[in-house]
Design a protein around this ligand. Sequence first.
Ligand SMILES: Nc1nc2c(ncn2[C@@H]2O[C@H](COP(=O)(O)OP(=O)(O)O)[C@@H](O)[C@H]2O)c(=O)[nH]1
Ligand SMILES: [Mg+2]
Length: 460
Amino acid sequence: MKHSTFEQKQLSYLQEFIKKTDPDLGDVPNEAGPLRQLARKHYNRLCTPVRFIVAGEFSAGKSTLTNLLVGKNLIPTSVLASDFPPLLFRYGTATQIAAGWWDQKKLMQVNDVDFGAAVKMEPDFILVTTPNPFLKDINIFDCPGTSDPLSDDKKMQHLVKSSEATIWCTNAVQAWRESERYTWSSLPAINRKNSILVVTHTDLPAVKRGIDRVMARVQKEAGEFFRSIVPVAAPKASKAAPDGIVQDKEAWAEHGGQAIFTAIREISDPIREKKLADATAIIESQLAPFFETLKQRDSADEVGDNSKAVPENSGKGKNLSGVDHRSDSASKASNQPLELKAGGAKAQTEVPEPSLLAEWNNKTQDLIAAIEKSDDSDVSKLIQSSCNIVMEMTDTLTLIDPQTPEIEWVTTQFQEALDQLFLMQLETGDEPLETTTLLLLQLSRDMEQATTQTNISRVS
Ligand SMILES: Nc1nc2c(ncn2[C@@H]2O[C@H](COP(=O)(O)OP(=O)(O)O)[C@@H](O)[C@H]2O)c(=O)[nH]1
Ligand SMILES: [Mg+2]
């Protein structure tokens, strides 16, 4: 995710706060706990891509538009009703797909990006990762076609609810039908201000001739529901930008390529600015004053106690295999006045620690086993426990030195999952434990991918 300088500064501040209030590193005052959690929440919100859902009726051009957005013809498109489940697009270092089930709580890697093979497995959704930088800022959910309107509407409502912004596709041939208006009005109101209506198929000759009339009617009938209405001919726009790189500027503009990306930024930028403003307000009103007291306390301690030692190894500075990687500069930095005391540090040991992947897998297996055995009364406790293990691992990953692109990427996946888990604590949605399990499994897969790609051997 590309951050502005100010955003970067606030992120560094939050990161520093999280680091300096780590109870493992010293006798942190009690009130640091909730503030640390707050800092972490805002850190994750700032790092998480904005979640967009692409919705609309069957064959409206949703998948074709998604292909345009991810810069690759990844999803097969069809005029026939597709039996595809929802597709979730996230940034990944390689193009890969995995089949997932909400109720069976598992994700299965599918070789060769073979969607046909994935669909045959009858999953509830397919996760697609691809190395398009756009996906560092934005995640996309491509909704299924409506073959069973009732159940699909329910699924769509759930997906819309868990998204921050919506792109509704309507076919220009019969733009904004009564049935679309009906479905739209049943969606959660919160997303309407962050919504785009994309009028597709604008390149068809019959549409082209009357496009002004179509756009004027759609504006009149649907204008109040959307922030912007954008005419797009996705196949033509894609052709103008092979592999997501604009080659033919004129055609790119003519077929709506430029306009749809601008419309998306007009929604995602304010969402990010709001997150930044929220984080800044929290830093100024709560974190900075606390940090100041901590600093004063530490300076006072320094005067009276020169023997303050910093823990040599408290599980930080490890790489993905768990091997200690703390640089000299990191150790030196820990002698700065703000560093906390060695109170909770673990003793250094000669025995190599288990790999972070194994550590993570152990924790998730225990938790998933607990979820499987649980009844409804345990929901919030289990989400909290999941939050805790994801939080711990996020902290460890954040402090790994050096930060390779793979580590940065996997850290972002953890931060994003943490953000979702935080939100789930506030509003649990329809199947909170299924979603929690799924997030944990997804993270296991991400850890595995990052471990393989960094070529780090596991320490047994
Ligand atoms: N000419 C033209 N065809 C389109 C456009 N968008 C989608 N299509 C075609 O419409 C069909 C359905 O598109 P698809 O993206 O699969 O629809 P979905 O069911 O909403 O995902 C496919 O054959 C696409 O190639 C467009 O803007 N112009
Ligand atoms: Mg589709």
